[in-house]
Design a protein around this ligand. Sequence first.
Ligand code: ATP
Length: 204
Amino acid sequence: MIIGVTGGIASGKSTVARAFERLGIPWVDADDVAREVVEPGEPALAAIAARHGPRVLQADGRLDRRALREIVFADETERRWLESVTHPRIRERLTERLAQLAAGEAPYVLLVSPLLFESGQSRLVDRTLVIDVPEALQIARTASRDDVDEHQARAIVAAQMPRAERLSRADDVLDNSEGEAALADRVAELDRRYRRLDGLPHEP
Ligand code: ATP
């Protein structure tokens, strides 16, 4: 069984994944794979360079993420084009990684992805778990972790999928509005549930 874990910026996805890992549950991070598919030598990087030229490359040939981000932020067509190049490759590689993990000893495995719903990666999982925090707390945690001011943090949150929509798509919701001890308890409770579900027919 594969559980897809998602949530907005600074909702606590990585913190939750580490808590599951302490219980013996392995995970794949979609952000890591998203970075891998645009490494030098990868076809996606070649396609991006062919479309946008040297302005999106650093002197050493690696992708200049900031330059590319500025292009796609300003132009919806370019954002869609970039996604059409990267998302299928990311999904393919995630499928491989998840199959490797699922072949191991663990009763279930996690796919941790900020864009689980937006990128079609939810098709790769059996259930979805949304990490949920009120927006005010999300903004405060983003500002204190990433050295951005409250205004910038608010803009990032506003550009993401609305909280209500994410919640409406979730099979399970983990409230991460309290401290780390409460979070560990909630993860342990979900872990017990997922171990019971493993091997049983999944809920639709
Ligand atoms: P991103 O979307 O940027 O990848 P994320 O969803 O993985 O972020 P984390 O990095 O796990 O979020 O957490 C964001 C910040 O909030 C971190 O500084 C983390 O230490 C803190 N945090 C997460 N959960 C809790 C909690 N239950 N209590 C207090 N702080 C927390």
